[in-house]
Structures are given as C-alpha cells and as structure tokens.
Design a protein. Sequence first.
Lengths: 236, 285
Amino acid sequence: MTPRWKVFLIAGLVLAVIAAAIYFPILRRRVKRAARVQQQSEEQARRELTQAIPVNPSDPRVKSKLFWASDADDSTLAPVTVELPLSKDPVLRSKQVLNTLLAGPVDPELRTVPPDAVLLAFYLLPDGTAVADFSEALATSIPSGIASEQMAVDSIARTLEANVPQVQRLKILIHGQEVETLAGHLDLTATFVVDTKGTSAGPPVAAGSAPATTGPGAAKPGTPVPDKTPVTPPKR
Amino acid sequence: MLLDVRNLLRNGFFSPLGMLFLVVLGAAILLHSETATQNQSPAPSAQTPATTLTVTPASSPQSGIPGATPPAFGTAAQRSGLNIVVLDPAHGGTDPGARGAGGIRESEIVLDMAVQVRRALELQGFQVVQTRQGNDNPSFDDRSAMANAQRGAVFVTLHISSTGLPGTVRVYVNSDLPPLTDSKGLIPWDRAQAPFLSLSRRFGDIVQGLLAQRFKGSPATVQTATVRQLRTTAAPAIAVEISSIVVDDRAQLDHMGQGVADAIAEGAAAFRPLYVVPSVPGVAP
C-alpha cells in the first residue's frame, strides 16, 4: 500500500496544476491591463509635453481657413474662416492650425477628426514634405469607413494647404509609426499631395470649392504621391 | 465515472512516472488555453504588404489561395474579356469593421450580402471568386492576390460605412497612383492598380449610376479615395460602401442587399464589352 503522504503529495500537486490552469488566464488579463494603463499614461505625458504650442501675442492675427464637414452635406468639406494669431515659422504655424482643427468646430457634428486625437509632433523636411505624428486616438476613435477616413485626411491636408504654403506633401504617422491604414480602409503608407498648385496631374483645386472626394483626374489634397524614399522623422 | 483509487495506488499509478504524467497533463491544459487565446486575438494591423512581389497584368490564373474557387479552365475562363468577378466581403475574423448599435458588425453584414451579390452575378453568367467564405480575415495582400491570379476579372470589395446618409451607397476607385516606369513589363505589387485606374473608373461610374437609380441621395458618379485594398489589385477594382451601420435595425441594411447586388451584377454585365486588359504597364486602356 502506498504511504499516505504520497497520496497527499499527489493530491496537492493535482490541485496546484488545476489552480494554476484556472489562475493563468486571470494573471494574463491583469498583465495586459497593466501594460495598457502604462501605455495610456505615457501618451498622456506626451500630450502634456506637446500641447503647449507657444503663441506669441505679437504674431499677426490672420484669417485662416479650416476645413470641417459641410453642414449642408456631411460627406463634403467646407472652409470655415477663423482669425488666429499665426507664427511666420511654418512648423509652428502648422501646429497652430492643426491644433485648432483638432479642437473642432462650434458644431461638434461637423468634426472630421476625433475629439481625443492629439498632434504629438510635426516636422517639415527641406523638400516640403511635412510629417504629422498623431496620437493613436486618430486611428482608434475615428468612425470606421472609407468616407470618414478620407474626410479626416482631406481636412488635415486642405487645412495645411490653405494656411502653410511651404507644405507640399504630407506624411501621417500614428504614435511615431507608419501604419498601413488609418482605421482599416484609408492607405497611410503613401505621402499625400498638399499643395496642388505645383502638381501637373490635374487642375489645381481651390480650397473649399470642391467636395472632399472629387471626380477622376483632379489633383487634390489627399492624393497620394510616390513614396520612394521612406520619410523618417528626425530624432526627437 | 468511478475511479478505483485503491487499484490505481496498488498499480503504482502515483509513482514518480505517474506524477510526471500529471504535471505534463497540467502543462498541456495551460498550453492549450494559451493557444486558444492567441488564435482569438491576432492584430489586424499585422498585415505586412508584400512589397517585393510583382505581377504582370492578366497573369496566369493560378490562385493558390485557400478558399478561392479556381476558375473553370477550358470554359469561360479561357474566353477573352471579362468572365470573373472577385468578390470581397471586407474585414472578418478579429476585425469586425464598423460596429453599430445592438452589436451589428460590418463584417457579418457584408458576408451575408455577398451571398446575394454572388447569386446576382452568377445569373449574369459570371464566375465568382469570393475572398472569404466565413468569419476569417485574409490580409489585404491575400485578397488582392486572389484577383491578381485571375485572367479577365474585376474586383469588388463590399463595405458598410459608419457615417453618411443612411440608405445611400457610394462607389470608390483608388486615387491617382504614380505612373509606372518599369520597362521590364512588370507592375510593382504596391502599385498594381495603376494601369487599371481608367478601367476602374469606367466600371465604378456604371455601378454608381445604377445604384443612384435605386438608392436616392447616392452620388451619380464614382468617388475617389486612397483605399488600401484597391491599391494592390491588378484588375479593374471598386469599393462599394453602403451607408450606414448607425441604422436602428439591421433589417434596413439587409433590405438594401438585393438592390446593391442587382446594381453590381448589371454594372459588371454592362462593363463587359468595355473591358480590355491593358497590355503595356503604365498605359491605361
């Protein structure tokens, strides 16, 4: 007969294995949750650092055009003129107009980008390519769909086109990374045309005069251009 | 089930070997639960574009993709012109797409709608290749590969939007892509749509026109957008997006299914005589 201690030992081992099998998924969930909380707090810290855009009171107040959804047709963009103190420096100026765009219009229904999206960084390369790095909320909080994602990119591109002539092209990053799509539909691997005046692919589109999505052949902000040399943002 | 513990003990089941067996069994249970969890949560963003692959226009019809119905060689597939429609119910698997009130999911609705579209296309004499049959999520490139492997095909991807006027439908073609400069006759995979853009617009305009007749408030002409799925597709390709997931009742979307199916099928039939495969990369027909 097997000694009693062996039976207890085996029973204990079996119980330990069963308990581990039950506890393991719970532990896994907790670790995942902890990682998520840490990521959120990192992003919050970056937000606090990046949101302070210096506004010089001596900067001239300029009538700037911001592109939100049209109240007549929510599938098109319409320019809204806002008087803003804008810097002459193209990077600062871009940050100022994009932050105002992200803050949203008076009517929240006309938003084109999610209210919790934040511009984390903005760079302008010597060839006129702008690199705009947005927080993950731009991708995760935007309503999924071709129309809504194209509207978001168009509103960013056309706002830059109307206010920062130095910006020729736009590359959008999400949390410092190139992503394949914005929210499952719109291609973010390409660089988008911003300044259509210098392109030969079609007639220039006056800001605000055309719908967000236009007919064939027309060059418009948001049209992708070749991305032969990957855009790498400068080190922060 | 009864266990004769006394016999087990006598036979040495709880010997060191027996204990080892129990521990291995426990580990196996753990591993199994781990694998099941991983299978349920692959990140949809992990789709890596196969940028080094190339395709030629009208490449040989060898799909090699699981789930794709191979074309019937020797019959319709060998006739010149348009014979095949590659139908893509978007999203699926861990990517539900747009989500509406009451838990309705874009991935489920478009899969159901694909059945109606398929039937309508088959009535028009088309062979249909579907990119997914169930709740799985092939990558963008896998879906494009199914179309790129066909000869004489068009590609239609089905979507439901989160925004827009409910009850309307929009057709999209890819925005302008940079012209092709490869003189070797190869199309770069990441710009496979470029030589087909002109055909895509013609096809899209026909389908959009038919949809506008059925669904008031829909645009009369095709729209352009930088749709990722379309960029790597070497065939006339359109995205059909139905508005919208925010309807109160899923039945409203289901009700639109037959109209959408008929418009796509009639549009494909009307496009058939216009379909000419571009022979030189970079030169649209």
